[in-house]
Design a protein around this ligand. Structure first.
Ligand SMILES: Cc1ncc(COP(=O)(O)O)c(C=O)c1O
Length: 405
């Protein structure tokens, strides 16, 4: 008997993630890593966490409730906070439209099980968030990939995918992971109009939306759809389901994310979550609510200042050091810059040399492509390195690329 013979078809379809495998070698302190897409722990709001812990200890009765089971939908004050923060002129989001999840990753899992059967056609960008490909891939969909440029999804490619009858489009419209692109308003409007013309659900992932270092991104697809449909029609007619998370703005170990959806969808997701894990940690939801309520704006200002300097350093360094045959997204938000190496250069092989000769890590781009391709692309993250380290790392990487050319 081998265990492989026993696994379900869904489980057999899961491969080890190239990135998770790669991250294992990054514990070597000598490696300068631009690979991980993680927030800088030095920026976690630890003073507030300490104060929360002390308050808990001072109030034993309430403290115990925080350690109790709670409702699947999530902690009501947090649901209301999410609803209020995401309501707009045309769409009032109610707490009944919000499900708190174990990170945005669980939102993706629940949506995948609600919407995908083996062979279901779904549309994703080329490149797209690898964690979404992992979740969707478990259910063996048929991927239709949509080409992108520096402004994200190309509208004609979106229409071509919709014509093929996809059930949904998954997109990260703001400072995309991994590509860094932000979709401009005009394209967002066209995508929403097309979604309604072809009856395609849009899963909008806003993981990096609050992390802008120049101007705020255009209205979200949820907001654009609100205006498209008219005053408060979204709950009845909306096709946009929006995901959010506290991982990038507060701390990922909270594992607190959310799904905002018309109640017709949300009620199904609640049942799926109940079957999956009953509810998200009560104490973590309460802490997230207190942090969101008390410090989120000044905290975001701090993140924007610190990450903004790192982002600028990376773009400046790339402009200064990279050969002209290397192109990149001139990002002003999020955590990532996407590089296109000269045609024919393989980013995986470059990584091997980069680790051996320069001790610099990045993520080769091929894994972010659902149907293959992207061998000459790579992702760099600037979120955990100081500007000096970024200049030094980009110079060394550029020198290596020149040697390869
Ligand atoms: C685009 C995107 N969506 C979702 C997630 C998952 O985030 P969470 O920590 O909320 O599960 C990530 C994490 O890297 C991400 O980059």
């Amino acid at each position: 008997m081998t265990w492989n013979d026993k696994f379900s078809a869904d489980a057999s379809s899961i491969d080890a993630s190239e990135i998770r495998e790669l991250l294992k070698i990054l514990s070597d302190p000598e490696i300068l890593s631009f690979a991980g897409g993680i927030p800088d722990p030095a920026l976690f709001p630890m003073d507030q966490v300490r104060a929360f812990r002390e308050r808990m200890v001072d109030q034993p009765a309430q403290d115990r409730q925080l350690m109790q089971y709670s409702q699947t939908e999530g902690y009501d004050p947090l649901r209301s906070w999410v609803a209020n923060t995401n309501s707009s002129e045309y769409t009032t989001v109610l707490k009944e439209n919000v499900l708190i999840t174990n990170g945005a990753q669980q939102s993706l899992t629940l949506l995948a099980s609600a919407l995908i059967d083996a062979g279901t056609p779904i549309a994703v960008a080329n490149p797209t968030y690898l964690g979404a490909l992992q979740v969707f891939g478990c259910r063996r969909p048929k991927y239709i990939t949509i080409e992108t440029d520096l402004n994200g999804l190309k509208v004609d490619a979106v229409e071509a995918a919709f014509k093929q009858g996809v059930k949904f489009l998954y997109t990260v419209p703001d400072f995309q992971n991994p590509g860094g692109m932000t979709i401009p308003l005009e394209r967002r409007e066209k995508i929403i109009a097309l979604a309604h013309e072809y009856d395609v659900i849009i899963i909008e992932d806003t993981a990096y939306r609050a992390l802008y270092y120049d101007t705020a991104p255009p209205p979200s697809l949820l907001e654009v759809e609100g205006e498209f449909l008219g005053q408060n029609k979204w709950n009845d007619k909306g096709l946009v389901v929006q995901l959010g998370t506290s991982s990038k703005t507060l701390m990922p170990a909270l594992r607190v994310g959310w799904t905002i959806a018309p109640t017709g969808v949300l009620d199904k997701l609640i049942l799926l979550k109940q079957a999956n894990d009953l509810h998200t940690s009560t104490v973590n939801q309460t802490l997230t609510y207190e942090l969101a309520n008390e410090i989120i704006e000044p905290h975001l200002e701090e993140l924007r200042t610190v990450y903004g300097e790192r982002c600028k350093a990376m773009i400046d360094a790339l402009r200064q050091y990279m050969p002209n045959s290397v192109t990149f997204t001139p990002v002003t938000g999020g955590m990532f810059v996407w590089l296109n190496l000269p045609e024919g250069m393989n980013a995986r092989k470059l990584l091997e040399k980069s680790l051996a000769e320069e001790k610099i890590a990045f993520v080769p781009g091929a894994a972010f492509h659902a149907n293959g391709g992207g061998e000459n692309t790579l992702r760099l993250s600037f979120s955990t390195c100081s500007p000096d380290v970024i200049y030094d790392g980009m110079k060394r990487l550029a020198d290596l690329i020149r040697r390869e050319i």
